[in-house]
Design a protein around this ligand. Structure first.
Ligand SMILES: [Zn+2]
Length: 388
């Protein structure tokens, strides 16, 4: 399994100059290789693959000595990157009936990252040294795990970033109660409510900073486009968005870890999140809850402990009585309290829903295991037959 660890980095002036020079050389190579691919196509009507272009790199380095400043592998990754752009183009061609844009030549503004593999760098504590470039000081918000396969250095309007792509075989993540199960109901006011009667309020990072954001964005629209003041203000807006994203991400990491530590099986609703975002009244709230990214984190973390995340059918989870099982399809779900018409069971509506989710998930598992047993029996019989 490959996981990416992303960090903001600090550099000194000289390192930045060198890194910019690398980016510029990579960009030149990208454009040269693109030109070569186009010429090849025009002459022979054949697509030139990146490994066919590789040998020309040696010639290129002889002719233009400035390319010797960069690792051979980093230059190789430029060719791979271009190939990936073509792969996207080819698959878009198929999907969109021939309406896809060819990869284009890149301007200085649009070429912002280079990649290294296992050579040409060194990592000591939080200092990443890239030979022939310089030192990058990492803001280590969480530790790097696994074996580093490649490193991508990125230039953004918010400064420099490094992405470590790591191969993870085994993690130290252990679940304390692998047999314990929980149902989780995701919501808006309460981000989640679980079947053990615990809840977590929605921190609403986006909604809470809307006032500030709106003021900053209004100020942006008043500035002349592409002026210096416009660029400064744009950066301020981007920084605010980045901050919201980081806060939410951090919060989700901590929350998902706490569940994975405690439970071996976690049940959630299989929500059509995209469909719900199209409802504009709710969309800000829903994207603020970011259920999708939260479920993803739960999913990969629970897999690491050997546990399971199971998605259940979300229909009627809120309208079913968790006590007697009666489904009240006319229940409009506006109350925070659930009240059963048949058995009079009264309970917090989210708590009631989470218990239904737990039960649905457990039913699902029992069904699955009985099917498995059935298959096992049949295969046993077949094996018996074969032996005779
Ligand atoms: Zn009931």
């Amino acid at each position: 399994m490959i996981r990416t660890f992303k960090y903001k980095v600090k550099t000194d002036k000289q390192t930045e100059i060198n890194a910019n020079e690398w980016l510029e050389l990579c960009r030149q190579l990208y454009n040269l290789a693109l030109e070569q691919k186009r010429d090849y196509w025009n002459c022979r009507k054949q697509y030139l693959r990146y490994y066919q272009q590789g040998p020309d790199l040696v010639e290129l380095k002889k002719e233009f000595i400035q390319f010797k400043k960069i690792n051979a592998q980093t230059l190789g990754y430029v060719l791979i990157k271009l190939d990936q752009a073509y792969n996207t183009f080819f698959s878009n061609l198929k999907k969109k009936n021939g309406r896809a844009g060819l990869p284009r030549f890149k301007s200085k503004k649009r070429y912002n990252s280079f990649t290294l593999d296992q050579n040409g760098w060194e990592l000591k504590n939080n200092i990443l040294t890239i030979f022939k470039v310089g030192n990058f000081k990492l803001k280590l918000s969480r530790p790097i795990e696994g074996k580093i396969k490649t490193i991508t250095v990125k230039r953004t309007s918010l400064g420099w970033f490094t992405n470590f792509h790591c191969e993870i075989r085994k993690t130290n993540r252990v679940c304390k109660n692998p047999t314990k199960e929980v149902g989780i109901d995701l919501g808006i006011t309460k981000l989640l409510y679980d079947s053990d009667n615990n809840f977590v309020d929605n921190p609403k990072y986006y909604i809470n900073s809307q006032k500030q954001l709106r003021r900053k964005q209004r100020s942006l629209t008043r500035k002349i486009k592409n002026s210096n003041n416009y660029k400064k203000q744009l950066l301020i807006v981007q920084k605010q968005f980045e901050k919201i994203k980081n806060q939410r991400n951090d919060f989700q990491h901590k929350l998902s870890t706490s569940y994975v530590d405690k439970y071996g099986k976690i049940y959630v609703e299989d929500l059509n999140i995209l469909g719900m975002i199209q409802n504009h009244n709710l969309s800000n709230h829903i994207s603020d809850s970011s259920w999708g990214t939260f479920i993803n984190k739960l999913f990969y973390k629970v897999e690491e402990t050997g546990g399971k995340l199971i998605k259940v059918d979300p229909r009627y989870t809120s309208q079913t009585c968790s006590n007697c099982g009666y489904i009240d399809k006319n229940n409009r779900l506006t109350q925070s309290e659930f009240k059963c018409l048949i058995c009079n069971h009264t309970e917090n509506a989210d708590y009631n829903a989470s218990k239904n989710i737990l039960r649905l998930g457990q039913d699902h598992i029992t069904k699955l295991s009985s099917i498995e047993q059935e298959c096992y029996k049949t295969s046993g019989i077949l094996e018996g037959v074969n032996k005779h």
